[in-house]
Design a binder for this molecule. Structure first.
Ligand code: IPE
Ligand code: IPE
Ligand code: MG
Length: 256
């Protein structure tokens, strides 16, 4: 269920769920003598390119980190521009997303946003809810620590209400309260922009994902860059704690 993965002579590797930390917009702009905001605008074109490029790789779920819970620390002008970009982009692209059969979902602490953005987000989710093409998850005001904390809070409430027993809490029940709990964990994480860190993205969900770091700045990321990352992924052996032999012979518990 988690991912389609087989090794051996009939090699079949697919990235069912791809997560991306889209980093490097500001540096892309600076290299061109442009304001950082121009980099964010250019980054939107890269998002469209990657969405188109998912289908040939049979990527079903795409989760993009667009704004972290720490990005509020940026200069107010940049934060405001990012909020405006979110509002105008959802408005401009919604009809196209519906047409392309894309199911859009936002993860993160949406309540912190101003009303017009919250409304756009809910409308976009509502209008694309029945689509069964690419499942696109956008992480906004998202932090992995926030995600784990909100899950713990929901779970504690259930216990307090007598609906859940403490003895029934385990990693599976806990995971059921996290964001993206209805889809497989990411198979592959790509981070553009040259940094080798997670920056508080899906810290629980990425526990066994393959991590691919590239110097390519996000606005330059395209179908060719995605193909490189997927090729790299195809060469990995995912062991989930087993030995290489167990995995290649298919005798380990994760194959049971
Ligand atoms: C990523 O690019 C976009 C967001 C975090 C919103 P950056 O804006 O972080 O670009 P760099 O890392 O400064 O180049
Ligand atoms: C991570 O990029 C967040 C997003 C891409 C939305 P940052 O640029 O905020 O990460 P740090 O600050 O370099 O770790
Ligand atoms: Mg950055």
């Amino acid at each position: 269920m988690r991912s389609e993965f087989q090794l051996g002579i009939t090699m079949k590797v697919s990235v069912g769920h791809l997560a991306i930390i889209m980093d490097g917009n500001g540096r892309w702009a600076r290299l061109r003598g442009l304001p950082r905001t121009a980099g964010h605008k250019a980054g939107l074109n890269a998002v469209q390119g990657v969405m188109r490029a998912c289908e040939p790789h049979q990527i079903r779920h795409l989760t993009l980190f667009a704004f972290s819970s720490e990005n509020w620390r940026r200069p107010r002008k940049e934060v405001n521009l990012l909020m405006d970009l979110f509002v105008t982009t959802i408005k401009k692209e919604l009809a196209e997303l519906v047409k392309k059969n894309i199911c859009l979902k936002f993860i993160g602490d949406i309540d912190a946003f101003e009303l017009r953005l919250k409304q756009r987000i809910r409308q976009a989710e509502y209008e694309t809810a029945n689509n069964d093409g690419l499942h696109l998850n956008i992480a906004v005001n998202y932090g992995g620590r926030w995600d784990i904390t909100q899950a713990a809070k929901k779970m504690a409430q259930r216990v307090q209400d007598g609906e859940l027993q403490v003895d029934d809490i385990n990693t599976d029940t806990f995971a059921g309260f996290l964001c993206l709990n209805e889809i497989p964990y990411p198979d592959l994480l790509i981070r553009t922009g040259g940094e080798s860190r997670i920056s508080n993205f899906l810290i629980w969900q990425l526990a066994y994902s393959e991590l691919y770091f590239t110097d390519c700045l996000w606005p330059d990321f395209n179908a060719d860059e995605l193909a490189k990352a997927v090729d790299w992924y195809a060469g990995r052996q995912r062991r989930f704690g087993e030995t290489p032999e167990q995995v290649s012979l298919g005798t380990g518990k994760s194959h049971a």
